[in-house]
Design a protein around this ligand. Sequence first.
Ligand SMILES: [Zn+2]
Length: 249
Amino acid sequence: MVAVTRTVPAHSNNYFHDPTSRSGYRKIFIHSTRSGIPDRTDLELELASTLNWFQNPNAGASSHLVISPLETVRCVEDELPAGHASEDNFDSLAIELTQPIASMPYPDLLLARAAAATRSWCLEYAIPMVRLTEWTSEGRGIIGHEDSRQGLRVGKSDPGPMFPWNTFIGMVREEEATMTFEEFVRKWLGPLYQYYLEHPTEEISDAWNWWKRLPSMQSEELDRRLGEVEEASADHDRIFEEFEQSLHK
Ligand SMILES: [Zn+2]
């Protein structure tokens, strides 16, 4: 169960009432409130505006949670689909983050609240703690409204460029939130380096691919982390040198 600071139910017009209408939650949608008020720095005021809007019988919109730096507010029960992404309402849970305009940063406190709620949902509904950068019907994970099929179609831009996806996913995973790149490499890439030593004629990219085919590695999580390591390839030589030294000790 997501821990909330209070419950402010959305108007009953603004969400769906048949729990069987949902097809099983596969995704968590990240939205931002975007009142459009450029000089609004009080995000609790932004929260209040959003809660008011969801209580308006004509809004036609709602989310399960609205999160500000100080509050996690429940507006729709998990069991019922909220009205946040048209045809994608029925297989997704939704969070609205208080962000008045797209250029405003998301405070750490707000991100921590959102990560805690997201983690709780991931565990409860067996949703992988991964970002989905594109929408597929079967895809399971955490997706920005702007990256969803429906969001692209209607031109959504939330949560936008200020949302720190990598940091956020790390916070959701908790145990790796504080892992440095070097710690990550030591944890996951030792066996790869061993393989590389045994197959010195292979290109390192083949080794990556071999490693990723191991049954124990077949998860989106590790694909993503390996992708990060590949991107940080400037560090490869130094890291492999370190491994070689450590193996010969
Ligand atoms: Zn949205």
